[in-house]
Design a protein around this ligand. Structure first.
Ligand code: PLP
Length: 411
């Protein structure tokens, strides 16, 4: 044959060492199953599409295309259009009592970009940082991609244990490498659903100021409160530019538009701006216009209470189902808001190993170990209650409980 003597040489790519240790996140892997009708998913962190104001969004998009077509499809400024930054500044002042000028705000492609970019502007490879333990899996990926040395500090029901933060800082300082920043999600934390107490927030701020270590406060869920009363954000208590605040519209508007933002000291924001010019030049222009209109028309204020009603009901259904079906030796958080609760089962059950079996029984969760910097615990799981239907929440918890009971019986 004509081709039989040709030897194909396949190119050998010499990939960077920087990313070679990164692995596909467990959530991304498991999300493949989330779309299957047979599997009830407590896995992803997805808002419920019923909470999307689709008619309002359609009206806004039609209006923007008809009236501002030349602008919305053009390149935008790296910081994000000024109308959106002004709206964000107003929103932060009204909701979180954070006073920040639009010049200290930069719009990002989701707060995920903010997490990556903030590590990049503050850290060199192998620099230590402190996080809650467990913490958001996407922060772990963003930090790992920057080769940052992550030091997790334990939490209890009042949030990160601030005395332990002091111990960790002391020990890192003694080793000659103080941490570059402290990353926290103080309100309705992902994954645990816990909220940091006011005392701990104040203490963390004191620690940050005494040691000259900035806090990165990530607050995607603060507006989604179903019970209890609001606790001031750390940024609202900050008088010395010690806190960089990160927000997102993903959970309170739609994640598909990819609108997040960072509010922080001028130099920090300027450095993020420089880096963003290398990452994507600017956040999607159309999305930034849509978000600005959504805020200025008051749709955010109208829509959030609807999401709260929907999610409160779902949280309560999940809490009821857990109380009815989970074995007595398990425990779980009872979050006042957000999207997740965190369950701990018999310590001899490995939830990482059990995850695949759970899928074969038609229910999916994310195992707790994925949220630890070094898989420190393996008997926990994160359960999302915002996405499944009410009936599926009840049924999914039943399926999970029966699997856990079987496992316990064979220990
Ligand atoms: C704590 C936390 N930070 C950041 C993000 C990223 O959100 P996005 O990039 O959609 O704004 C998430 C998403 O689940 C989150 O839970």
């Amino acid at each position: 044959m004509f081709f039989s003597n040709i030897i194909w040489i396949v190119m050998d790519y010499r990939y960077s060492n920087m990313l070679s240790e990164m692995k596909q996140s467990e959530i991304r892997e498991l999300l493949k199953y989330a779309s299957s009708d047979d599997v009830i998913s407590f896995g992803g962190g997805m808002p419920n599409p019923q909470a999307f104001a689709i008619d309002d969004l359609k009206e806004i998009i039609d209006y923007l295309i008809e009236n501002h077509g030349k602008d919305v499809f053009q390149y935008g400024s790296t910081a994000g259009i000024v109308t959106l930054r002004k709206e964000i500044s107003k929103m932060l002042s009204e909701t979180e009592k954070i006073k920040v000028s639009e010049n200290n705000i930069i719009v990002t492609s989701g707060s995920q970009q903010g997490l990556y970019a903030s590590a990049k502007v503050l850290c060199d490879p192998f620099d230590p940082v402190i996080t809650e333990m467990p913490t958001y899996i996407g922060a772990l990926s963003a930090y790992n991609a920057n080769k940052v040395d992550i030091h997790g500090v334990e939490m209890d029901d009042d949030g990160i244990m601030t005395e332990k933060v002091e111990d960790e800082i002391r020990s890192l300082k003694n080793s000659g490498k103080p941490p570059k920043f402290i990353y926290v999600i103080p309100t309705f934390q992902n994954p645990s659903g816990r909220t940091m107490s006011l005392e701990r927030r104040k203490h963390l701020l004191e620690i940050s100021e005494e040691n000259d270590i900035p806090i990165i406060e990530d607050n995607p869920y603060g507006e989604l409160r179903y019970s209890g009363s609001r606790i001031p954000s750390i940024k609202s208590l900050d008088k010395n530019d010690s806190v960089v605040y990160m927000g997102t519209f993903s959970k309170i508007m739609t994640p598909g538009l990819r609108i997040g933002f960072i509010a922080g000291p001028q130099e920090f924001v300027d450095r993020i701006n420089l880096l963003k010019q290398a990452l994507d030049l600017a956040t999607n222009t159309l999305s930034t216009y849509i978000a600005a209109e959504y805020l200025s028309r008051g749709i955010m204020k109208k829509q959030i209470p609807k999401s709260i009603d929907l999610y409160r009901r779902k949280r309560d259904i999940m809490l009821r189902a857990l109380a009815d079906h989970f074995p007595d030796d398990s425990e779980w958080t009872k979050p006042d808001g957000g999207m997740f609760l965190w369950a701990r089962v018999n310590s001899r059950i490995d939830t990482t190993l059990m995850a695949k079996e759970a899928i074969s029984r038609g229910v999916m969760y994310v195992s707790g170990s994925a949220f630890y910097p070094h898989m420190e615990r393996r008997d926990e799981m994160r359960l999302n209650f915002t996405f499944p239907t009410d009936e599926k929440i009840e049924e999914g918890i039943k399926r999970l409980a029966s699997l856990i009971r079987e496992k316990t019986a064979h220990l």
